[in-house]
Ligand binder design. Structure first.
Ligand SMILES: Cc1cc2nc3c(=O)[nH]c(=O)nc-3n(C[C@H](O)[C@H](O)[C@H](O)COP(=O)(O)O)c2cc1C
Length: 207
């Protein structure tokens, strides 16, 4: 597959065959993620690959609990649909949790400037356009493309992040690590429908 075919073929996959993903494949996926660009080359990420079916089941239960807590008081059908949408990874052979660790700006003159203005680290990164969060996005996209190249399907999920508290209770996480995404991975159980992509005229300007 050439690059254009790869990026076109990659789609979100939400149902998986039972085939397991082995440790070498997991390492290949994470290695691809880890070569992504990151602000100040901080490589401000951590990946937890959950492959035990029991742990994946426990993860789905933690997300379900977190969804109930988060949407507490909402209409029952709505909450039930949120549970469904956030836990479809239940039968995936692999789920990768992606954490943002800490992005340290490489030039102390910059951090000194911002702190002299009363900015904390989060405010500084926000003023700079959130390079920490964007770095995570770059890593996840690398991972998704690698999965596609390996004949695997995956889905970049953020909806389960509302259950970060419950997920941390299950797996633990350093205090300054922030759960950013949850990515089920496995052999696709179906071929997704074609997706329409906005025309360039709508999204592009050359000035
Ligand atoms: C940051 C981000 C978060 C997403 N979160 C979810 C999610 O929580 N659940 C889900 O089913 N899909 C999620 N998606 C997948 C999108 O729905 C999907 O990428 C989009 O519909 C385009 O389809 P495609 O990936 O097949 O091209 C997310 C995608 C991105 C980039």
């Amino acid at each position: 597959m050439n690059f254009d075919e790869l990026i076109e073929k990659r789609r979100s996959i939400r149902k998986f065959l039972n085939d397991s993903v082995d440790e070498n494949q997991i390492e290949e996926l994470i290695r691809a993620a880890a070569t992504a660009p990151s602000g100040c080359n901080s490589q401000c990420w951590k990946f937890v690959a959950v492959k035990s079916p029991d742990k994946i089941k426990a993860l789905a239960e933690a997300v379900e609990k977190g969804v109930h807590r988060f949407y507490n008081g909402c209409e029952e059908n709505f909450v039930a649909s949120r549970v469904k949408q956030t836990t479809f990874f239940r039968n995936a052979p692999l789920v990768i949790l992606v954490y943002l660790t800490e992005m340290k700006y490489h030039d102390p003159r910059v951090t000194d400037y911002y702190s002299s203005k009363g900015y904390g680290s989060a405010e500084m990164l926000s003023a700079l356009g959130n390079p920490d969060i964007l770095s995570i996005g770059a890593a996840v996209e690398n991972l998704l493309l690698k999965a596609e190249e390996m004949g695997l399907g995956a889905c970049w999920m953020n909806d389960p992040v509302v259950a970060e508290k419950e997920i941390n209770e299950l797996f633990g996480a350093a205090e300054n690590h922030r759960l950013m995404s949850v990515i089920p991975v496995g052999k696709p159980a179906y071929t997704p429908r074609e997706k329409s992509v906005k025309p360039l005229a709508e999204i592009m300007e050359i000035v």
